[in-house]
Ligand binder design. Structure first.
Ligand code: 2M8
Ligand code: MG
Ligand code: MG
Length: 274
């Protein structure tokens, strides 16, 4: 197995961002040598300290599938030589870089003035206030490389207008826990497929099974592509609609639901490190 997991509302509590309840299940995965891959709308600057705290050394997927950061230990010369090097990683990117997004938002402002506040227009303090992130965490969230999420203030009708304008530019609109996210040439599903192929070659396992856990609408793309999908119960919204045979919906919320699902899957699996 490889575990692909959303962070906010999934591995991390929607309200206080704690992962405490998931720790025993995470430990069990670590012991079984099952890689845990964050797949999130968060930035690299937000994910790195978390990976460090949780001792995750696997690749991770940033900003809603925009790019995959592959640490050196997961690289071979053969597999990675074509990928650009950034700090200690090789990077496979799908989405346009941040300048594209900042320019797009300026244009959207003209048609939908007042309907949203883009993250790059917020101070760290403002972002901290609206999300209950700590101030340093909000600073890391503002270090965006591939996306500029929108705090939505407008009507549903204006959201439809946003979708229509964006569609003409090949940009897709999806909802996260608190923000509206814009995607182009990427989603969590495409990133999962690319990385699972990469890892099955790297680990030399031909039938590497993927488990995708998430709470939001922006997780559906990866849940559709995964072998096993887990929808984590959210205190903020209903389960997003998802049709799939191998779907498990948790009883518990956030990281408790995460542990519930992982425990259930591992207990019912004949071979833990499949
Ligand atoms: C944003 O993402 C969440 C994910 O569901 C949201 O849309 O509410 C991100 O852009 C992330 O960088 C940030 O940490 C988070 C804070 O709640 O919001
Ligand atoms: Mg989420
Ligand atoms: Mg997310």
């Amino acid at each position: 197995y490889v575990v692909y997991t959303d962070l906010d509302g999934t591995l991390l509590d929607h309200d206080n961002y704690s992962y405490q309840a998931a720790l025993p299940a995470l430990e069990r995965l670590n012991e079984s040598g099952i890689p845990v891959v964050p797949v999130t709308s968060k930035t690299r600057a937000e994910i790195e300290p978390l990976c460090h705290e949780l001792k995750l050394n696997a690749p991770f997927i940033v900003e809603n599938g925009a790019a995959i950061f592959i640490p050196k230990v997961f690289c071979t010369e053969e597999a990675c030589s074509e990928l650009p090097q950034v700090d200690g990683y090789r990077v496979k990117s799908f989405a346009p870089a941040i300048d594209f997004w900042n320019a797009l938002v300026v244009e959207l402002e003209k048609a939908l003035s007042g309907a949203f506040v883009a993250m790059n227009q917020m101070s760290a303090q403002q972002l901290a206030d609206m999300t209950s992130l700590s101030l340093p965490a909000a600073e890391r969230a503002l270090k965006r490389e591939y996306s500029n999420p929108l705090q939505w203030l407008g009507s549903d009708e204006q959201l439809q207008t946003l979708s229509d304008i964006c569609a003409q530019k090949g940009v897709q609109v999806v909802k996260g826990g608190r923000f509206v996210h814009l995607l182009k040439n990427s989603d969590k599903g495409a990133a999962l497929v690319w990385l699972n192929n990469y890892l099955s070659e790297f680990l030399e396992v031909s039938d590497l099974e993927s488990i995708a856990l998430g709470d939001g609408e922006n997780d559906i793309a990866m849940q559709l592509k995964a072998d096993i999908a887990v929808q984590i119960r959210s205190p903020a919204h209903e389960f997003p609609e998802l049709e799939k045979t191998s779907l498990y919906r948790t009883e518990k919320y956030g990281p408790e639901g995460w542990a519930e699902a992982i425990t259930k899957i591992l207990n019912s699996s004949p071979k833990e490190s499949k």
